[in-house]
Every structure is written in structure tokens, then in C-alpha cells.
Design a protein around this ligand. Sequence first.
Ligand code: ATP
Length: 234
Amino acid sequence: MLEIRDLKSGYARVPVLNGVTLSLGQGECLGLLGRNGMGKTTLLRAIMGGLPAWSGQVQKAGQPLDRLPPQARARCGIGYVPQGKQLFLQLSVEENLRMGCVKDFGRTRAALAETRALFPRLERLFERQAGMLSGGEQQLLALARCLCGAPDVILLDEPTEGIQPSICDEILDVLHHLRRERGLAILLVEQDIDFLWQICDRVLTVNKGRIVGGIEPAAAGSIEQAKTFIGIEG
Ligand SMILES: Nc1ncnc2c1ncn2[C@@H]1O[C@H](COP(=O)(O)OP(=O)(O)OP(=O)(O)O)[C@@H](O)[C@H]1O
């Protein structure tokens, strides 16, 4: 579904990604775990095309995306929910969702109906200005807006940051549902190990812009291994 080979990138002349290789299959959820500043957000930006790759390849279903700008990558079925959400805070919830349909406005009605079904908490907030939502509601909206583009791969950057457990559970429910029903593939950057362990098939460890290992959440002792890796006492 998504293949990244030896991807290198950075800011100005400072290297951040030092050759990342990974693959994500249909319906798979792959976690990326690492300490602050190790390049996880940079990797998602480079996959999405918001940051130019210096070398390496990004392919989706065998198609090279390297020369495509972010909007074209979105049209190829990649959705991105950046850290900080990047909502239009002056616009209503519904208007934000409509913006998420920009790839195909003909889908708007169906996408809004889907959002109502998947995110009951947002349904009663459709008329509200996005800037007036709580942080957790904004996170749900950011995810819902991304899904309005009908992606088959999504890149999620720290969806649980600063939000309450009940909303984390709602996000998990939606992600599980979409994997099961639509084969959605998910690349998830997250510091919350419990959250990662509830959804990921595999977790890759990231250090200094490289994938340095992998942890199987189903394996005995894996949580302790993860905590040791990011420097939390087990
Ligand atoms: N816009 C930018 N300009 C210059 N350097 C940047 C920029 N964004 C990030 N960096 C640097 O790139 C490195 C990797 O940052 P990145 O945000 O990818 O890390 P991260 O693993 O996602 O960390 P965090 O968990 O803190 O978000 C850091 O040293 C950071 O300071």
C-alpha cells in the first residue's frame, strides 16, 4: 500500500531523516515511537510532500509519488492529520468538513452523513465555530475532516496529545472500525504507549531520523521494552 525507501530529508541543510525505509500494508496500523525531536513529524511531512525529499522514494500501490505536491498525494488516497490539527478556527464544524471534501465535492453529502454516523459527538456541533470546540472535539474534527477525503492511508501525528481519555477511546473506535470495514491503513506517531498498544500491529522505533528497531505489541514484555526505549521507567 505505502512503501518508503531510504528517505532522506531535513530543514535548510540540516539533515533530519537519515534514510527511512518502511512499508505499510492494507488495513495495517503501524506505530512510530521515539523521543522528542527524532524526526517522526518530519517523516510524515516528507511522506505527504510538505517537505521535499532529498533522496529516496515514496510509493503508493506501486506508484511513485516523489514528484507530486501534497494535494496530488491527497488525491492518491493519502490523508494527513497533522499535530496541531490545522483547522479553520473561524469556520464552523460543517464548513471545515466541507473543506475536507475538496478532492471531490460531489461526495460532500455522503461524507457529512458518514461523519454523523462515525462521530456522534460532532453531530450536535455542526453549526459551532471550530475555534469554540474543546481540544478533544477539535481533534475529532481534524480526523473527521481528513476522512471526508476518503483516504485509504492516513498519517496521524499525536492524536491523543492533551485530550481526555473518553475522546481517545472514540478515536480508537473509529480507527478500529475503518480498518475492519474499509481496510484503512494507518501510520501513527504517538507518545502514548497505551494508545499505540491498543491499535498497532507493529511499532517501529525511531532514533535520529532512522528506524532502529521494531516491537510487536502482542509479544510478552513489549510495553516495558517500549518504555525503556523512550526513557520512561517500566
Ligand atoms: N520547521 C523546522 N525548521 C527547522 N528545524 C525543524 C523544523 N521542524 C522540526 N525541526 C527540527 O527537526 C528535528 C526533528 O523534529 P520533528 O518534529 O520531526 O521530531 P519529532 O520526532 O516529531 O518530535 P516531537 O515528538 O517533539 O514532535 C528536530 O531537531 C527539530 O528541532
